[in-house]
Design a protein around this ligand. Structure first.
Ligand code: AMP
Length: 221
């Protein structure tokens, strides 16, 4: 099964993708994580990606598509994947369709996460991530704090704030989302494969609750 996680930054795509990945036994492919790993390792891709990410802009389509195409051809992707943060433009969505078609596959479901905008900013600013690239656990200092301040519950490594989670960068990331990515909601709705869910503290639904609903939904299909 091929699943896409769609939604503005900070809506909980990564958290939900992680839970689904464990439950369904298929890999989570996060383009953001791939870029961050390359930035940390100082590769050419990392240098290029950082020049866009630090400004809250999207990494060019041709670069991102190539990475995903290569990743989808790895053996562990043969039973399906959870794409977390890809596609983010119509061009990426069109290419994804072609890449999957060539493998005799398609996108089965697109999960669209919706969160009120003021809550999104609060969620991003309060987000802390595990500095251990192998762990990548995500916390929120208000909604989902770690047991010991500044330390990851799972592996004990330091928690850090992502560089692009600064308020100034968040604003351009949100603008990018509304201009380039949100048209994908209509795109996948027209394909009849859109599942929308609200992630919001006001209705008492956070990532884990939405993941539970989703697993129930997928199992009932
Ligand atoms: P994320 O971890 O998904 O929030 O991604 C972090 C940053 O990586 C984004 O703000 C973009 O600059 C870049 N990025 C991640 N995925 C994509 C994509 N599919 N297309 C273009 N840029 C991306």
């Amino acid at each position: 099964m091929n699943i896409i996680m769609l939604g503005a930054p900070g809506t909980g795509k990564g958290t939900i993708a992680g839970i689904l990945s464990e439950k369904l036994g298929i890999p989570q492919i996060s383009t953001g994580d791939i870029f961050r790993k390359n930035i940390k390792e100082g590769t050419e891709l990392g240098k290029l990606a950082e020049s866009y990410i630090s400004k809250g802009q999207l990494v060019p389509d041709e670069v991102t598509i190539k990475i995903v195409e290569d990743r989808l051809n790895k053996p562990d992707a043969k039973n399906g994947v959870i794409l977390d943060g890809f596609p983010r433009t119509i061009v990426q969505a069109d290419r994804l369709k072609e890449i999957l078609k060539a493998k005799g596959e398609n996108v089965d479901i697109t999960i669209n996460l919706e969160t009120p905008e003021d809550e999104i900013i609060e969620r991003i600013v309060n987000r802390r991530v595990c500095s251990n690239q192998e762990c990548k656990a995500v916390y929120n200092v208000v909604l989902h704090p770690p047991k010991v301040e500044g330390k990851c519950d799972k592996c004990g490594s330091d928690l850090i704030t992502r560089k692009d989670d600064k308020v100034e960068t968040v604003k351009s990331r949100l603008e990018q989302y509304f201009t380039s990515t949100s048209p994908l909601v209509e795109y996948y709705k027209n394909e009849g494969i859109l599942y929308s869910a609200t992630v919001s503290k006001t209705i008492n639904k956070l990532g884990e609750d939405v993941a539970r609903d989703l697993i129930e939904y997928l199992e009932s299909k």
